[in-house]
Design a protein around this ligand. Structure first.
Ligand code: FE2
Length: 476
């Protein structure tokens, strides 16, 4: 695997982003450089790992850090900021004992031989909800691939408790929202002697759940997200799969039980959103993906866009040890990839849309989810490797051309799109990204004009905080 050596300053920036942090629970006004649009008013909530280490004991992987929720309140050209850890069982026990007590994505607690045998019968899965934060109905929830979603107070960020439990052992942290009903739709996975993967919906008021479809799978694939068009749920099974008994028996952390089988290719299944009926299955080239981007129907065809990796090496590359290495692999980038599913065809038509690497993709979700669209925004990296997430990119999803914002020694987080209230075009709005200025050793809320990717303003935090994974903006 080809690697690129980072300059010292870039390496320091990367190291700073993965240092463990204390929270900042006091709401503080941030100095703003530049000018925020007068119409921009509301709250950006973000979530991601913020602490990987207690008392010298460190987890293994970026995904295993403890959930830190960030809040940016924006109004009248001013920004107030705070952050706070979600008080999950995993976090409280890690904090008090300095030892992991529950199994994370790629880290397991130290167990005696007796405890290991016990855990086969009573698996202790984490409740650390460190991937996403969103407003769902009147609930504010933090999510990961854990068996439950946590609710928190949007004003204080204090943990309220478990919002709801998933129907199965795991579910993705990337549910879709049904624009008409307000329901949340998600994909779960049950591991066991009779494993299955299910789509389910959650009511916004009562949080009551209903299963839409259950698909039996002897060796379930790893699922981080799924696609949704007007009529269909899109289940993309890249060949990174697990024998569920290995999770119980192997003694290895969760993700290390999965194996990549490129010879099996990828299977894409359409499931009717209303009835749960299967609408067709297609084969595609092998690969791997964390994030679907968008999907829609064109006549009888269904078009699906996602950020595709060639293989699963990205999972390995996000171990903290690897991230902190000076040489980061050049070929660990994802690219915007498009499938066309035609009725009656066995194989999906597929092609790479753009040669510009992109991950943590966002679109103008309210206007364009489930519909043809023109633009996807995300984080990128140079073609020479070096520093992942060193730029924000906007890709024209029709032609593949890209517009980029970057600054030396700046590490960026997922760009959240917020439309202007009187928007005349899909990209009429701003992008909000929690970025880290490595040279100044502090983070900032970066505000870009989504039309041309120019900087409008930055609101500076007094110190460095981790950029995290995902978040959402609610208008006030
Ligand atoms: Fe994600």
């Amino acid at each position: 695997m080809a690697t690129a050596t980072r300059p010292d300053q870039s390496q320091q920036t990367v190291n700073l982003a993965f240092e463990s942090h204390y929270d900042m629970p006091r709401r503080t006004e941030l100095p703003v450089r530049g000018e925020l649009p007068t119409w921009l008013a509301g709250q950006l909530l973000r979530n991601g790992p913020g602490r990987w280490k207690f008392d010298g004991s460190e987890v293994n992987h970026w995904f295993d850090g403890m959930s830190l929720v960030h809040s940016f309140d924006i109004a009248d050209g001013r920004v107030h900021y705070m952050n706070r850890f979600i008080e999950s069982r995993a976090y409280k026990q890690f904090r008090s004992s300095g030892e992991l007590s529950l199994s994370e994505f790629a880290s397991d607690p130290c167990r005696t031989r007796f405890q290991r045998i016990q855990s086969v019968f009573r698996p202790q899965v984490t409740d650390n909800p460190a991937i996403n934060a969103m407003k769902f109905g009147e609930h504010h929830i933090a999510l990961s691939e854990t068996p439950m979603a946590y609710e928190f107070d949007p004003t204080t960020l204090e943990t309220v408790g478990v919002a709801y439990e998933n129907p199965d052992t795991f579910a993705t942290a990337h549910p879709h929202l049904d624009g008409a009903s307000g329901e949340l739709l998600n994909l779960s996975c049950k591991f066991g002697p009779r494993s299955s993967q299910s789509f389910f919906r959650v009511q916004p008021d009562t949080l009551a759940q209903m299963r839409i479809a259950r698909l039996k799978r002897q060796h379930p694939t790893y699922q981080h997200s799924f696609g949704m068009s007007g009529r269909w749920l899109i289940f993309t099974e890249f060949p990174f799969r697990v024998n569920p008994l290995d999770i119980l028996r192997s003694g290895r952390p969760f993700i290390e039980n999965f194996e990549f089988h490129p010879e099996e290719g990828t299977k894409i299944t359409l499931i009717d959103r209303e009835t749960g009926a299967i609408g067709g299955e297609w084969q595609a080239e092998p690969g791997f993906c964390f994030h679907h981007v968008n999907a829609w129907e064109e006549g009888e065809d269904v078009v699906v866009d996602l950020c595709r990796f060639e293989d699963v090496s990205i999972v390995e590359n996000l171990y903290l040890e690897k991230i902190r290495e000076a040489g980061y692999p050049e070929d660990s980038a994802a690219y915007l990839h498009r499938y066309r599913l035609k009725p009656g065809a066995e194989r999906a038509e597929e092609h790479r849309v753009s040669e510009e690497p992109i991950e943590l993709p966002r679109i103008n979700y309210k206007e364009n989810n489930c519909r043809p669209y023109s633009y996807v925004y995300g984080v990128g990296m140079g073609h020479d490797g070096g520093v992942p997430f060193d730029r924000l990119v906007k890709i024209d999803a029709t032609w593949g051309s890209a517009t980029i914002w970057r600054e030396d020694n700046c590490l960026v987080g997922e760009p959240v799109f917020v439309a202007a209230p009187d928007a005349k075009a899909e990209d009429d709005g701003v992008l909000l990204s929690l970025a880290l200025d490595g040279e100044a050793e502090r983070s900032m809320l970066l505000v870009l004009d989504a039309r041309d990717m120019t900087e409008l303003a930055r609101a500076e935090i007094s110190r460095a905080v981790p950029p995290g994974f995902h978040g959402n903006f609610s208008r006030s």
